[in-house]
Design a binder for this molecule. Structure first.
Ligand SMILES: [Mg+2]
Length: 211
């Protein structure tokens, strides 16, 4: 969870609390307390239901898969990579309680990653998650079935950089190992801006609701 993500969730819960009691702002104050996290997830998820999210994600992945097929058709000798964001792109973070581990895979994204790997494309993950949870993140990805050829998390200096700048620099680092990044898949604009990928595939974030 990023600090900004937590901020968004707390903001959402405060708004719901205000609506729930007919406009009194006093209800917004307890939203900062820890138990509000659970209420936030439930409230935010109610805004976009799980089935709609699955359908919206699948519609995008259904365009990425034939692209990967075409792009890898005559790619022998090339060192190809695909890059994924993690939260709400490859793992169902928003729709899973934080204490439930492993976080389930986003099935269409898992199938794309497995397909790309089967076509000789190495699979990289670039996440804004801090380095302190790198090992549990890698364990989570592998436990739910992802091939993991590389994982970028934010180290201390990166935590003070713009997320998009950190993610762009991570892709440049992958390229510096001789890879061509054929696709970059993410659900936030900050996952995708900055170049260093032949194609980008934007999954829904519903105006920032999903990290
Ligand atoms: Mg995300």
């Amino acid at each position: 969870m990023t600090a900004s993500g937590a901020g968004r969730r707390l903001t959402t819960v405060a708004a719901v609390a205000v609506l729930g009691i007919g406009g009194s702002v006093t209800a917004a104050v307890p939203a900062a307390a820890a138990p509000a996290e659970a209420a936030v997830s439930a409230a935010a998820a109610a805004e976009v239901d799980y089935a709609t999210w699955q359908k919206d994600v699948k519609a995008v992945i259904d365009t990425a898969t034939p692209y990967v097929e075409r792009r890898t058709a005559n790619a022998s000798g090339q060192k190809l990579a695909i890059v994924f964001d993690i939260d709400n792109t490859t793992l169902e973070t928003h729709y899973t309680p934080w204490y439930q581990l492993p976080t389930p895979a986003m099935k269409p994204s898992l199938e794309l990653a497995e397909y790309a790997k089967s076509r000789g494309v190495d699979v990289f993950f670039v996440t804004a998650r801090p380095g302190i949870i790198e090992s549990v993140t890698e364990w989570n990805l592998e436990t739910v079935g992802y091939p993991v050829d590389g994982l970028y998390v934010r180290d201390l200096p990166d935590l003070f950089a713009e997320v998009s700048a950190y993610k762009t620099a991570s892709r440049a680092d992958i390229e510096s190992d001789g890879y061509t990044i054929i696709a970059n898949v993410g659900n936030n604009t900050t996952d995708l801006v900055g170049g260093h990928a032949e194609r980008t595939f934007k999954l829904p974030d519903y105006d920032g609701l999903l990290d």
